[in-house]
Write a protein that binds this ligand. Sequence first.
Ligand code: R5P
Length: 303
Amino acid sequence: MLNHQTPIIFSFNKENKLAQNITKKLDLEEGDWVYHLFPDQESYLRILTDVKDRDVFIFESLDRPNDKLLSLLFFAKAVKDLGARRVGLVAPYLCYLRQDAQFKIGEAVTSRYFAHIVSEYFDWLVTMDPHLHRYKNLNEIYTIPTLVLKSNQAISDWINANVKNPIIIGPDEESKQWAESIAGFTQSSCVLLEKIRKSDTEVSISLPKTVQFESYTPVLVDDIISTGHTMLKALEGLKALGVKNKVCVGIHAIFAGDAAEQLSKQGAVLVTCNTILHPSNGIDVSNIFADNLRRFFANLEIT
Ligand code: R5P
């Protein structure tokens, strides 16, 4: 338990179970505010909790970020103006990391721009399993202290408890970091598939012919399920090989459009971590957040 000078949490979604669990485990004070949209769609914000000389943080997962960004920045600025000592951001899912290079002339490298904006408004950032591919760590683009948490132990515990004879499959090269680590924790074999992305919703995936997938329960592991096409194509490949039992594990349950419906039609078990609220959330990562935030706050000299 922390003392009375623990940070104040402002959880944008008060129903968010992950935020509720963290608040309880760390005995955090919950901040209160009023927010509404004027008829012309501009925002009204009033912070009701006294934040003077206090450390505060905003808890908000950053899926669908364009709808959330402006209110997030207004909030950060408002608590600073009211005298908060520091304002942090706990974003269990951190957006704008996949455009990590200019792939075609003229493209905006939005990962850098987003990191710049967040670094301007916040004093620190905590997230889980950000999509780091060409960047090796967040500090290549964020200029504030960052803490990156990993879900691999929680996912492995879930697999150990629920899946017999698993083989861990990463659907593309970028999933290697998660697939290999989870294979290690579950003492399973690991296979990486080859993916070619043709457009936002078009991917092709090829499975190696040398692996006897039907002798195992294949567990597909990816960091993000967005349109679901990566998982869908991998499931189709396994189905064509006659594999019956299949499991899909995603860390961040974005499920754009009808992705969840399409995936549920495949007859595979679908489970995600609760970094983004979704009915498929079967893996609770609140202990990982609470334990690491406790240490992180101590290092920030908050306690
Ligand atoms: C990209 O490399 C990520 O790791 C995921 O594979 C990707 O974001 C999944 O996207 P979708 O569900 O749209 O195929």
